[in-house]
Design a protein around this ligand. Structure first.
Ligand code: NAP
Length: 371
């Protein structure tokens, strides 16, 4: 099968690098276009990234990133360069991993879509746009079906925007969804996240702030952690999404001295019907969704992995499970205030960023919206 040529906006950043590493041997997609800030534009990719190469999945220029190292970086703000790449047959859609002012990203992604180039985004800028789906492929794949409505709303022909949610919610959203899908209502959640420094991009948090320390504040993160699940659990009504009414979520988000892998400590309260611990384990172990049914290349075989050891999951030991795409859960036990509590770990730049974006693109292709 001829591979679909893809581009990465923000290709030089933490998430952009993960895209390049993860797409190196992808069976459907091939990176043929890279773009970043005007500071990097015009340089060869390897030179533009220089000593910032951080992706944990192989060296730049090595077997995990063959041809990309020698691509010339374009200015992501110059959509006409991307349109020229489309004409040449070097670009069908872009992954957006840009870090700029929110409004700038929102308008830039819209300019790509208006130019006929679909955007699969990691940025938060369009997450709350009413007709933009915020996808976790295992949880709300049906939300992709707003794309024809979005195109009609905007008068876009081929282009559209689909986003993924914040990395902080990835570790508990799939376990939560598995329980909801099994028929258990969840009313209230208290979650404390312990988030890796790679979540702040490069160079990220100053070393003097984070070594030997915990920073109990990540701007905007608690709001995202509390509100984004409600859109994901919501539904398409008319021309846009209506949020779910619950569960109510209270979040504490902390930056901790871990390089990759976000941890979430979760207490949850069920409605009148409460599962046993054995039932929760059975639901999590057997959980499979559309990406597994379709056998999408980036989908984890088992989305939720239960650790029975008393001291797991841990970011260093569990973040890479199943290509970095599985969520590891453990310490499931009764809660003295709510019903149950557990700890979950997911890889923030893979499941929570580039890997999740690739899985979304695979889902969109399987549904006929891409390629
Ligand atoms: P990052 O390491 O700071 O990388 C930012 C990228 O944006 C670089 O390629 C940079 O290019 C480019 N850029 C900066 N200013 C620009 C401008 N004015 N015009 C065009 N390009 C510009 O950030 P990151 O951690 O990879 O995050 C990228 C996006 O993913 C952000 O929206 C972030 O919120 C989101 N996200 C990150 C994570 C994570 O775990 N890190 C998880 C989920 C979502 P230069 O190299 O040329 O400066």
């Amino acid at each position: 099968m001829e591979k679909i040529p893809v581009g990465i906006l923000g290709a030089t950043g933490m998430v952009g690098q993960q895209y390049i590493a993860l797409l190196a041997n992808h069976p459907w997609f091939e990176v043929r276009y890279v773009a970043a800030s005007p500071r990097s534009a015009g340089k060869v990719y390897q030179e533009a990234v220089g000593g910032r190469w951080n992706a944990t999945r192989g060296d730049l220029g090595g077997p995990n990133s063959p041809a990309v190292a020698s691509l010339t970086v374009e200015d992501a703000n110059d959509v006409s360069r991307a349109m020229a790449a489309v004409k040449r047959g070097d670009l069908a859609f872009v992954f957006s991993a840009l870090e700029m002012e929110k409004d700038e990203i929102k308008h830039l992604e819209e300019r790509y879509a208006a130019a006929g180039i679909p955007v699969v985004s990691n940025a938060s800028a369009n997450r709350w746009t009413g007709d933009v789906p915020m996808l976790i492929a295992e949880v709300n794949p049906d939300h992709a079906d707003i794309i024809p409505i979005q195109k009609k709303n905007r008068g876009w022909d081929k282009g559209f925007i689909a986003v993924k949610p914040n990395c902080s919610i990835q570790s508990y959203m799939t376990p939560l969804w598995a329980l909801l899908q099994a028929g258990y209502e969840v009313q209230r959640i208290i979650v404390s996240t312990l988030q890796a420094i790679s979540g702040a991009g490069y160079p990220g948090v100053p070393s003097l702030d984070i070594i030997d320390n915990i920073v109990p504040f990540i701007g905007g993160e608690e709001e995202k952690t509390e509100q984004e699940p409600l859109k994901i659990l919501g539904s398409i009504t008319g021309n846009s999404f209506t949020n779910a009414a619950g569960p109510a979520i209270s979040a504490h988000c902390n930056r901790v001295p871990v390089i990759d892998g976000h941890t979430a400590c979760v207490s949850l309260e069920f409605g009148a019907k409460k599962p046993s611990i054995d039932e929760i384990k059975r639901i999590w172990t057997s959980f499979k969704a559309l990406p597994q049914e379709l056998d999408l290349p980036m989908a984890p075989k088992q989305p939720i992995i239960i650790r029975e050891e008393p001291n797991r999951p841990q970011p260093r030991k569990d973040r890479d499970k199943d290509k970095g795409m599985a969520v590891s859960v453990g310490r499931l036990r009764p809660c003295n205030v709510f019903d149950f509590r557990f700890v979950a770990v997911s890889h923030n730049t893979v499941r929570g960023a580039a890997g999740g974006g690739i899985l979304n693109a695979e889902l969109l292709k399987a549904k006929g919206y891409l390629g």
